[in-house]
Design a binder for this molecule. Structure first.
Ligand SMILES: [Cu+2]
Length: 781
């Protein structure tokens, strides 16, 4: 945000000088309406090799797939699904198939023709024999009318030749799973409704439940055994006082497991019950125990509900009473005195102060940024999100078994329109996203789902005020943010790519939204979480975000130079021994030497370098990979459910680029945690890494212990995950030194032209005319 006092006060002394020199105020440009400007640009932009599939391309692929009669695909929007449709065949997802890196580089660096545009589609083939899940490629070309036409269906492996297809019951969660859930609950409806009426007087469940209804919601699902290949954990909630989506924190102490023993939906049934700390195999067992008041489960049960003003706790609405900041309801806002300093060309290519990159996304994995360049040189070929994990701890049935791999649920497909001025500053420009995912059988057009804006960090990026009052020099900080926000049901992930004017790049994700809550039990205080309200609690969960960073430092021949932090010895000047810190820099010879997790006990600073390209002082040019919050998986090695969590086995891993090693996690892990089609652990297999095309895999996470302040929704402050890429002998000095807004003042020359230029606009900004530059003056003491 603009408007830090230090910056403006600094500006205004100079601005008086500027005024004395007779400079006029700039003419303010019209307010930036990125959407209005860019919508026209986007419509005209020709496709480039990094353009994600357009609306028309998605629709062309879908139409082409439906026309392949041998696939027997149905358009789910045109079918009235019945139980008999358990084996329906449909398109679950469509996305752009990025061509192999070698083809892309030949095109963008050596002017080879643009590789053929292809789409990848995920097909759930319930009708085929045996039923299966398949991925196919489709080629896209412009038809005679210029509109895209799809052709040439190719079957492709899902990950490697080990995974030509995926077992049908490992398919992504789809509408038929919800049908199974309804069938299971319908079988026990009478008893369940009777129990709900007894345990929660006045409430009922099902179609004629009005006016006091109990709702149900499904959480994670799992492949439990070869016998039970689809199982969904369901929890019940009370939707009262839940305006603003607050049902997530009104759970009842009632949960069930609904499971299908084979792919016959009519076989689905509730196989396990949990009520307020007690487990049962059948509803009749539960009712019998309730009636007999076993272990005091009826006489000791009190369901306290919030009343009056307390009802607001789950309700994300404005509170009554005095409010802070009421007289000044808007804080500092961004202002671009000379107009926008960034541009978006070709619909997806962002340029700003020497930075250039292509913005994209995948419907499952989320944001991906391609061909990231600084001062004309490629820094990274690809920076992309790979996974967002939320894994819960609790002693109940549903929370304990909740492991979400959000790529499965669609990180990129869960974006929404961003709210101007709140989600992004008023100066932001917007880009749309188009996705086809989650078996929706339609292309979803997410307007203004990506925003781009310049941000004033209000801290100089370089700064020195001489001790002897002789000199002041500073370069204002400046950063460009590309932002996408995904709402994965209850949770919100705000994902930023942040570029700085000194060549640093940061990836940052903050979280908000509702916690997934459970019935609070006193034992939870010590292990799983604190009450949000009476008998409601969130439970401990781990968030882990994983990324792929394909760095290209001065070309694709790179190595990983690991600075191992050590203790050494030195002389104290009097013949005594002192201990000092030192590093031992070692270039990793193999992938295994560049994959590790012991960040705290054996500190390491990994740098991706080009051994053959030196800076002016003989150091290999490089970028440091700074892990901002790495997190380890505490589950015991070999634990079956950890197999799908391979992306968090290492805090840092570097592998040789391979076209077949595209992602560190798999959308097919969720449905069977013990058998993912992709795992980072498979990539670290001892290959030589020196002078290779290095790809880095990092994660960042936090332990979220829910507390009262998580209501109504989790705060973004403090919940930051990410990593940074920092120039490390990449240049000969700070790359920020060529910024035009450098401010330089010395006692001999107070009016250097750079000062005038940088501060003229600030002088003209309303409200700052009388703010002195330095109250004590800039004189020798
Ligand atoms: Cu959380």
């Amino acid at each position: 945000m603009a408007g830090g006092h230090g910056w403006f006060s600094l500006a205004l002394l100079c601005c008086c000088l500027v005024t004395a020199a007779g400079q006029a105020c700039p003419e303010w440009p019209p307010s930036s309406s990125g959407q209005a400007v860019l919508a026209a640009q986007r419509a005209k932009a020709p496709l480039n090799v990094f353009t994600e599939l357009t609306l028309e391309e998605h629709n062309a692929v879908f139409k082409f797939l439906l026309a392949q009669k041998d696939l027997g695909l149905s358009d789910l929007t045109a079918v009235n699904l019945t139980v008999a449709d358990v084996r329906i065949s449909y398109v679950h997802g469509i996305w752009y198939e990025m061509p192999p890196k070698s083809e892309v580089l030949a095109h963008i660096d050596k002017k080879a023709a643009m590789p053929a545009r292809k789409a990848r589609a995920l097909l759930v083939l319930g009708k085929s024999s045996p039923p299966t899940v398949r991925e196919v490629l489709v080629t896209l070309k412009a038809g005679t009318d210029g509109k895209p036409v799809a052709s040439n269906l190719q079957r492709v492996n899902i990950h490697s030749s080990k995974w030509p297809e995926v077992p049908y019951n490992q398919r992504p969660h789809g509408v038929m799973d919800q049908v199974g859930q309804v069938i299971a609950l319908t079988k026990v409806y009478e008893q369940l409704n009777a129990f709900i009426g007894a345990a929660f007087p006045g409430y009922s469940y099902g179609e004629s439940c009005e006016p006091k209804c109990i709702g149900d919601n499904y959480g994670a699902y799992q492949w439990l055994s070869d016998d039970i290949q689809r199982a969904i954990y369901i929890w019940f909630f009370m939707p009262e006082a839940a305006e603003g989506d607050g049902g997530y924190i009104h759970p009842l102490p009632l949960q069930v497991l609904a499971a299908g023993r084979n792919d016959d939906l009519t076989s689905w049934e509730v196989t396990r019950w949990w009520f307020n700390g007690h487990f049962f195999d059948t509803i009749n067992d539960l009712i019998r125990a309730w009636n007999a008041d076993k272990d005091g489960m009826r006489s000791g049960f009190r369901m306290l509900r919030p009343a009056g003003a307390a009802k607001l706790f789950s309700n994300f609405m404005q509170r009554p009473g005095p409010r802070r900041g009421e007289k000044q309801p808007v804080g500092p806002i961004s202002f671009e005195p000379y107009g926008r300093r960034f541009s978006i060309a070709q619909g997806n290519r962002v340029k700003w102060l020497g930075w250039e990159l292509y913005v994209g996304y995948l419907p499952h994995y989320g944001p991906r940024y391609m061909d990231v360049r600084f001062k004309g040189e490629r820094i990274a070929y690809e920076i992309s999100m790979q996974e967002a994990l939320a894994s819960y701890g609790a002693s109940d049935l549903s929370q304990a078994n909740t492991v979400y791999l959000d790529s499965h649920w669609g990180i990129g497909a869960s974006v929404r329109e961003l709210v101007q001025g709140i989600d992004c500053p008023m100066t932001a420009a917007y880009m749309d996203a188009v996705t086809f995912y989650k078996g929706s059988s339609k292309t979803n057009y997410h307007k203004n789902a990506i925003c781009v804006f310049e941000h004033n960090p209000d801290t100089p990026v370089l700064r020195h005020y001489s001790y002897s009052y002789q000199f002041y020099g500073a370069i204002p900080g400046a950063s460009l943010v590309v932002r996408m926000v995904s709402e994965i049901n209850n949770y919100d992930y705000i994902a930023d790519l942040i570029l700085s004017n000194d060549g640093m790049l940061e990836v940052k994700v903050v979280t908000s939204g509702y916690v997934q809550a459970a019935a609070f039990q006193n034992s939870y205080r010590k292990n799983f979480g604190y009450p949000l309200m009476f008998n409601i609690s969130g439970t401990l969960h781990t968030h882990v975000l994983a990324w792929k960073v394909d760095l290209d430092i001065a070309g694709t021949s790179n190595s990983v130079n690991i600075h191992h932090m050590k203790v050494g010895e030195a002389d104290d000047g009097a013949g005594g021994k002192i201990y000092i810190n030192k590093y031992e820099a070692e270039i990793a010879e193999t992938e295994n030497e560049a994959a590790y997790q012991t960040m705290m006990l054996e500190p390491k600073l990994p740098v991706v370098i080009n051994e053959n390209k030196l800076n002016g002082f003989g150091s290999p040019r490089g970028y440091k990979v700074q892990l901002n919050r790495p997190l380890l998986n505490l589950e015991p090695p070999g634990y079956a459910r950890s197999k799908a969590l391979g992306f968090m086995k290492y805090s840092f891993a570097a592998t040789k680029h391979k076209d077949g090693e595209v992602h560190s996690s798999s959308i097919y892990g969720q449905a069977r945690l013990s058998n993912p089609s992709t795992s980072l652990t498979d990539y670290v297999d001892g290959e030589p890494l020196r002078n290779q095309d290095v790809v880095v895999w990092v994660n960042s996470g936090l332990y979220h212990i829910p507390v009262a302040e998580d209501a109504p929704v989790t705060t973004t402050t403090g919940n930051m995950l990410g990593f940074s890429l920092v120039p490390f002998n990449w240049a000969n000095e700070s790359p920020a030194t060529d910024m035009a807004d450098m401010v330089q003042i010395d006692t001999k020359n107070k009016e250097v032209p750079a000062v005038k230029k940088a501060v003229a606009a600030l002088n003209c900004a309303p409200g700052f005319a009388d703010v002195p530059f330095l109250e004590s003056g800039f004189e020798s003491a």
